[in-house]
Design a protein around this ligand. Structure first.
Ligand code: TGC
Ligand code: FAD
Length: 392
């Protein structure tokens, strides 16, 4: 792969909206990605392996629990710093950002928000340091967009719960020590349970043959009469709103992450357009190529402003789920379109692993699907503006 020469576009001087702390956090993550991710990631994506050696570095840049209080091992940062870390990681690779999103927003967040003090003390510091990795089991083979239909269930056996069912498409599953699993009790109410690797009847087969997110490990979670200790139930929130609340935090991170992937594709295409000559001039001098670049920087800039504003709303505790959904949908769609156009600008070289664009393009097919598909997010906005529910 070519050396990482990334220079971040900032057409509207968004940096002026950031604090010194935001910039320090962002720059540390950017340097780490250049040093420890870019040189190896193409190889790992080609091999379809998660590079486990980067776990320590992710923890060091604060990617595991950026906004979790320091008393639990988190970085205690605000929502904009959290977003900027996700942006920088996904600039390197969406699969690496996935690993961090799951750990922070889908495992640490529910333990922090819905767990007991004992659960927080037991799990959060180890998850923040990367000593333990976690995964989040919501999706099932027959219940993806409609998680409320889940059939995974647990029964109260007096001194423990008995868990049965299966989850599918679970990021980090093949190596996670801890799984936050959503299941229905005997009354059909959804609860979160912490399941640990090694519990009898719990297995995590890996999902192979992915053309997307190849540097992220995906698997199933299978529960065959798993005895879960009663103290592993998350007691402080139940119902579908509990897992959906975690998704708000993760979708917000993805909105920032997608900007990172788009910036990398744009920056690569811009540089290539000045170096590659055809018909005796740099291809960047042709009007059609300039149109592509002009549209890319416009869309990136719009997404940067939208997402920074969403971060301010999140910091003030005012962002709605529908606002977060809009940013996730818009930014991932923006990034996938930019990846496609940027790929074309590199001609044949664009399909090779010499450049990052094709990998981003394939990764973004997962990002536009998980955490709610593009169409589900359109319907969430539709419901919010009309008051009419397409899901009922
Ligand atoms: P609905 O009746 O609308 O809602 C049920 C309850 O949930 C509340 N709620 C929310 N709460 C917090 N945050 C949100 N975003 C919420 N959205 C809804 C709602 O108020 C209600 O509460 P209550 O108290 O009245 O019971 O639910 P529905 O069954 O009609 O479904 C709505 C729908 C379709 C929008 C929802 O199911 C949905 O978002 N589906 C998409 C599924 C999804 O996103 N799955 C993601 C799986 S995890 C994943 O993909 C990780 S990838 C990680 C990585 O690698 O980066
Ligand atoms: P389906 O729900 O079957 O949807 C199929 C199509 O139908 C889509 O186009 C969808 O938009 C459309 N559709 C569905 N309902 C409607 C409707 N009401 N109106 C209009 N169109 C509709 N899940 C987890 O729980 N944890 C994870 O860590 C996780 N990681 C993932 C990693 C990867 C790489 C991938 C690909 C997925 C991951 N997922 C995870 C699952 C992901 O959230 C689901 O794939 C996603 O929610 C869609 O569900 P589905 O694949 O079952 O598609």
């Amino acid at each position: 792969m070519k050396p990482d020469l990334f220079e971040a576009p900032d057409y509207y001087n968004i940096d002026e909206l950031l604090t010194e702390e935001h910039k320090l956090v962002r720059d540390a993550a950017r340097e780490w990605v250049k040093r420890d991710v870019s040189p190896i990631i193409e190889d790992y994506a080609q091999k379809a392996e998660f590079p486990e050696q980067i776990i320590g570095g992710l923890a060091e840049i604060g990617a595991f629990g950026p906004y979790i209080p320091e008393e639990y091992g988190g970085a205690g940062l605000d929502q904009i710093s959290y977003g900027l870390i996700m942006q920088e990681i996904e600039r390197g690779d969406s699969g690496v950002r996935s690993t961090a999103s799951v750990q922070s927003s889908l495992v640490m967040y529910p333990i922090w928000k819905y767990g007991t003090e004992e659960q927080r003390q037991k799990y959060l510091p180890k998850l923040a340091s990367g000593e333990w990795m976690g995964c989040f089991g919501l999706t099932e083979p027959d219940h993806g967009s409609n998680p409320g239909g889940m059939v995974t269930n647990f029964k109260n056996m007096g001194d423990h719960y008995l868990l049965n069912g299966a989850k599918m498409w679970i990021s980090n599953a093949p190596f996670a020590q801890v799984a936050v699993v959503w299941a229905k009790n005997e009354e059909g109410r959804i609860h979160g349970l912490i399941v640990e690797r090694g519990m009898e009847g719990f297995s995590t087969p890996e999902t192979h043959n992915k053309w997307s997110l190849r540097a992220s490990a995906t698997g199933e979670l299978i529960f065959d009469n798993v005895k879960v200790p009663k103290e592993n139930l998350l007691p402080n929130k139940s119902g579908l709103g509990a897992p959906l609340g975690c998704l708000d935090s993760a979708r917000y991170g993805i909105a920032w992450g997608a900007i990172g992937a788009a910036m990398d594709c744009y920056d690569t295409a811009l540089r290539y357009s000045k170096e590659r000559t055809q018909f005796g001039k740099p291809i960047g001098q042709f009007q059609l190529q300039q149109k592509k670049l002009a549209e890319m920087i416009t869309e990136i800039t719009k997404a940067q402003v939208l997402t920074w504003r969403l971060g301010v709303l999140r910091n003030d505790g005012k962002a709605t789920s529908a606002q977060i959904s809009m940013a996730k949908r818009n930014n991932v769609d923006m990034a996938i379109n930019i990846a496609r156009e940027a790929r074309q600008m590199l001609g044949g070289m664009g399909i090779t692993g010499e450049y990052s664009i094709m990998r981003h393009s394939m990764n973004l097919e997962s990002v536009i699907t998980y955490e709610g598909t593009h169409d589900i997010h359109l319907l969430i906005t539709g419901l919010d503006i009309t008051g009419l529910n397409a899901f009922k």
